[in-house]
Design a protein around this ligand. Structure first.
Ligand SMILES: Cc1ncc(C[n+]2csc(CCOP(=O)(O)OP(=O)(O)O)c2C)c(N)n1
Ligand SMILES: O=C1C[C@@H](O)[C@H](O)[C@@H](O)C1=O
Ligand SMILES: [Mg+2]
Length: 636
């Protein structure tokens, strides 16, 4: 057999160039490119290999490891997990910076390849710069911290180990039931070490994503359950989106009059204006979806993990009457809620179920249309909220006095409520634009009131809800959707935490639009503490002398070379959005919004830890309320 002498890093890059994916009859390269931040842990190995031969890989210099990893995750998510970017980092702090992003990929089941450098395999120069030392083991390095947040993890200390490790990593990343981050840590000396690799290892390799079909028992069981139910409700999860099940979902929903409700990951599988789509369900759900779920006698979870946000901490259903049917490629997920399990691809299963449901119709009658109409009216109200300085009642009530609200209006020089601003954005940008968000109050708002006009225009990461994904991830979405406008909807807190790849977007001419909602604080956490009887404690951004902190974010972005806008009215916002569409360079719209004007309520509940001991009566009441609420919740 032919041999080829390469360094470990060169072998890695050669291999990445030869991995293809086969989905629904189409075949294309799986690895689109590689993000890098070079340091001594990777520049002389992987850096050298890329400089000599990068093949078809697009090589992009990141600015922060977490940021560039978020960009890679958002890319993969937007490509419906059919294409990835790899991410190479240096050793020590460079790889430690990957941890939050790896958690993001894992919680959201997003395939991505992380390649952090590792300390010396020979240990000759130990401890090297950036090496941590444990007395109990010399084998522990910073990279061990990535184990709990990786779907597959390995350390390469000999060049030949790379071969079996890469095969495992690609098997994991291309399996829809297991997809997640694969982390291959390569000792920095080994990256440069030579080995005579079998040439065969570098031949074109195709990874097949075949749609797993349900077995007859599963199909029959599912059909029997649906036929026996009067009020079935379908929860559209991320798995339905990745399986591209839109058409069959619409067909079944229409034919059998079954309402659709959505998780964050599932939203924009089916467009919002589909007549039976009642929108987001759960803690940040719509009243329509939450009311439908409560009536369900059969709940059909398609590609969902049933997180607390989707199920209102397992209080969203009437557990006395609701049965569950889960369709999921992951057996682990299919087992949840003691459901009848169909462990198979969503689209294939629904297509095969269709003929078995002929003649069936739910008892919902006209009720779905009524629920949708009521919610549309509510959404309309939220688009027209206006502030006044005398008796303004914000969406989040009884937290701030009129005096404090006026203080914000003065300090931020705005009277703009968040819902009014958000819906003005929804109305103004073109319908095929993609939005991205992750943390703070905006994900809740968009799950409730953002109308998705087209499938796959909603890239919201709410599995890990990792601050920082919003802006850096927008670069990844743009790489996936080069012809579309991409809008990052981000709070001031998230923007401050991480926006490193905004600069990378400008550097590489990948235009993104940052729509920054500045309410000068960690608004949603402030709501959370005050909703549970606490005071306003360290969640507002206030100075040492208790003044509201004001930041000119437009000026910050100007410094990076972005086109910027300062906005404090709806008219100003619409004008800025129109002008931003014409720009070639990345833009930032700095919108000053009033606190407490995000959406709230709609018959949902969140089980969060509340102090059971406090001198405050309001906290004692919150703890008591939680106890009562838990009586109605499913225990597991
Ligand atoms: C990396 C990370 N750290 C902390 C949190 C907890 N957290 C969630 S939202 C939030 C505040 C967000 O503030 P901002 O972005 O301004 O949004 P707002 O709620 O004000 O709309 C915090 C600290 C998180 N989700 N992610
Ligand atoms: O703790 C949190 C509260 C949620 O409201 C928020 O959206 C999320 O980002 C979070 O981490
Ligand atoms: Mg904020």
């Amino acid at each position: 057999m032919g041999k080829i002498r390469l360094t470990t890093a060169q072998a890695l890059i050669k291999f990445l160039n030869q991995q293809y994916i086969h989905v629904d009859g189409e075949e294309f390269p799986f690895v689109e490119g590689i993000f890098n931040v070079f340091g001594h842990g990777n520049v002389l190995g992987i850096g050298q290999a890329l400089e000599e031969y990068s093949g078809h890989l697009k090589v992009i210099q990141g600015k922060n490891e977490q940021g560039m990893a978020h960009a890679a995750i958002a890319y993969s998510k937007q490509m419906l997990r059919q294409k990835i970017y790899a991410v190479t980092t240096s050793v020590g702090p460079g790889s430690a910076n990957l941890a939050a992003a790896a958690g993001t990929a894992l919680a959201n089941n997003i395939p991505v390849l992380f390649i952090p450098g590792d300390t010396f395999a020979t240990r000759q120069p130990d401890p090297v710069l950036q090496q941590v030392e444990q007395e109990y083991s010399l084998a522990v390095t910073t990279n061990d911290a990535l184990k709990p947040v990786s779907r597959y993890w390995d350390r390469i200390t000999r060049p030949e180990q790379l071969m079996s490790s890469l095969l495992r990593a690609f098997e994991v990343m291309t399996d829809p039931g297991k997809a997640g981050p694969a982390t291959i840590c390569i000792a920095q000396d080994v990256e440069g070490e030579a080995f005579d690799y079998d040439e065969k290892f570098f031949e074109k390799r195709i990874h097949y994503i075949d749609r797993k079909a349900p077995v007859e028992r599963e199909l029959k069981g599912a059909a029997d359950l649906i036929r026996a139910s009067k009020k079935p409700v379908i929860l559209v999860g991320g798995g339905a989106k990745y399986s591209q099940a839109r058409d069959i979902l619409v067909e079944l929903s229409e034919k059998h009059n079954i309402p659709l409700v959505e998780t964050q990951a599932g939203k924009a599988t089916v467009e919002s204006n589909f007549k039976n789509n009642l929108g987001g369900m759960g803690i940040t759900g719509t009243l329509a979806a939450n009311k439908a779920a409560r009536q369900a006698d059969l709940f059909i979870g398609i590609g969902t993990r049933y997180t607390d946000f989707a199920t209102s901490s397992k209080t969203a259903f009437n557990f006395e009457q609701t049965k569950f049917l889960n369709i999921n490629v992951s057996r682990m997920q299919a087992y949840k809620m003691d459901a009848f399990q169909v462990v198979a691809d969503a689209k294939t299963t629904l297509e095969q179920l269709a003929p078995l449901l002929e003649g069936y119709e739910s008892d919902f009658g006209n009720e779905i249309a009524q629920l949708k109409e009521e919610w549309t009216a509510e959404r309309n109200r939220l688009s027209q909220v206006t502030f006044n300085s005398e008796n303004f009642v914000p969406e989040v009530k009884n937290h701030f006095s009129q005096e404090v609200l006026n203080e914000y209006a003065d300090a931020l020089n705005t009277e703009l409520p968040q819902t009014t601003a958000l819906l003005a954005v929804n109305d103004t940008i073109s319908p095929d634009s993609v939005i991205i968000t992750a943390a703070g109050s905006l994900p809740g708002d968009v799950q409730r009131i953002w109308n998705t006009a087209e499938p796959n225009t909603y890239n919201v990461e709410y599995g890990y809800s990792c601050m920082g994904y919003e802006v850096s991830g927008a670069l990844g979405v743009k790489l996936a959707e080069p012809t579309k406008e991409v809008y990052s909807l981000v709070g001031d807190g998230s923007f401050l935490m991480l926006h490193s790849e905004f600069i990378t977007s400008i550097q590489y001419g990948q235009k993104i639009n940052i729509v920054l909602f500045d309410n000068s604080g960690f608004g949603c956490i402030n709501n959370l503490q005050m909703d549970h009887g606490g005071g306003s404690y360290f969640c507002e951004f206030r100075t040492h002398d208790n003044k509201i902190l004001t930041i000119d974010y437009a000026k910050v972005a100007e410094g990076y070379g972005a086109k910027t806008y300062r906005v404090n009215t709806v008219e100003g916002l619409k004008a800025a959005l129109e002008d931003a569409k014409k720009q070639k360079v990345s833009t930032l719209i700095d919108i000053k919004v009033l606190p407490k004007t995000m959406t709230d309520g709609y018959e949902s509940w969140w089980n969060v830890g509340v102090a059971e001991v406090s001198n405050k009566e309001s906290i004692q009441r919150a703890a008591e309320f939680r106890k009562q609420k838990l009586e109605t919740a499913k225990q597991y």
